[in-house]
Structure formats: structure tokens, C-alpha cells
Design a protein around this ligand. Structure first.
Ligand code: 4NP
Length: 153
């Protein structure tokens, strides 16, 4: 059965689009039957393509995220997805606040907890920083996605 994964950050134009691209790329490589999407807890950038810095960084690693379109997270996503991976503690709070029951809440995890369970680490928001921040963020998300792919096999 197809496993459905949603990546969530604040704006859905930097971190979660890269995470979506990374996991889709790995799914293709490993022939996994998964569906991956991403969303933001905020709607400011809904309808936009990812930030150029995110697109350029992903491209550098062979991942094309240029065609993605930002959208806002909604309660309906709890029905659609099996796993909801959030980037930081504020995303975690915002998404959990919309959970209707324990089943919804149990789907939500910090992305970096996948390779370091219980570490409570965040993917920092690279929006205000330099381009280098995007590369560091890409690499930590890539490692977490590797751990997730491993957990599926
Ligand atoms: P993201 O980064 O949550 O990784 O997409 C951000 C993008 C935009 C803003 C904040 C964070 N913003 O304030 O517009």
C-alpha cells in the first residue's frame, strides 16, 4: 500500500519543499511506493514557487523542486497522510493544535527525530540567513530522509 508523507514548515517555500524533493528523489531511486507532499502552517506564500535559494540548493544536489507550489496546511491533511514531518518546534505546536484526536496527533513528528530519535532537534529556518544556511539545512534533511527510507524497508 502507498505510504503518504507530508513535510511541513512555516512558509512552505524553503525547508519543506526541499524535504519533499529529497524524499521524492530517494523514492524514485529506491523504487518506493510513496506519495510525498508539503505544506506550510502559514499562508503568506500560498500559490508561490519555492524560494530561489531553496531551488538552487536542491538543484546543486540533483533535486528539482522548481515546479512545486506552496499551500497552507489544513485539518484535512490528517485524513490524507500517514506521516506528517515538521521542521521545528513552532511547526509542531501549530500542527498539533489542529489535531482532532490522538490518531491525528500520533502522525506528527519532528523530521530530525527520524535519524536521532528523541533528540528534539529542529531544522533551522534558513529564510533570513545566507545561502550557506540552505546547504546545511538540505544536508540535515537528507540524512533524516535516508533514515526514513531505511525504516520502510
Ligand atoms: P520556510 O521558511 O518555513 O522554511 O518556508 C520561511 C519562509 C518564509 C517566511 C518564514 C520562513 N516568511 O516569514 O515569510
Amino acid at each position: 500500500m502507498e505510504v503518504k508523507i507530508l513535510m511541513v514548515c512555516l512558509g512552505n517555500i524553503c525547508r519543506s519543499p526541499m524535504a519533499e524533493g529529497i524524499l521524492k528523489h530517494k523514492a524514485k531511486e529506491h523504487g518506493l511506493n510513496i506519495f510525498v507532499d508539503s505544506a506550510g502552517t502559514g499562508a503568506w506564500h500560498a500559490g508561490e514557487h519555492p524560494d530561489m535559494r531553496a531551488t538552487q540548493t536542491a538543484k546543486k544536489f540533483g533535486v528539482d523542486i522548481s515546479k512545486q507550489i506552496a499551500r497552507k496546511f489544513s485539518e484535512k491533511d490528517f485524513d490524507e497522510f500517514d506521516f506528517i514531518f515538521v521542521m521545528d518546534h513552532s511547526n509542531l505546536r501549530d500542527v498539533l493544535a489542529q489535531a482532532r484526536n490522538e490518531k491525528d496527533a500520533n502522525k506528527v513528528k519532528l523530521l530530525l527525530d527520524l535519524d536521532e530519535p528523541g533528540s528534539n532537534r529542529e531544522v533551522p529556518d534558513p529564510w533570513y540567513g545566507e545561502d550557506d544556511g540552505f546547504t546545511a539545512v538540505f544536508k540535515m534533511m537528507d540524512k533524516a530522509c535516508d533514515a526514513f527510507v531505511k525504516s520502510l524497508s
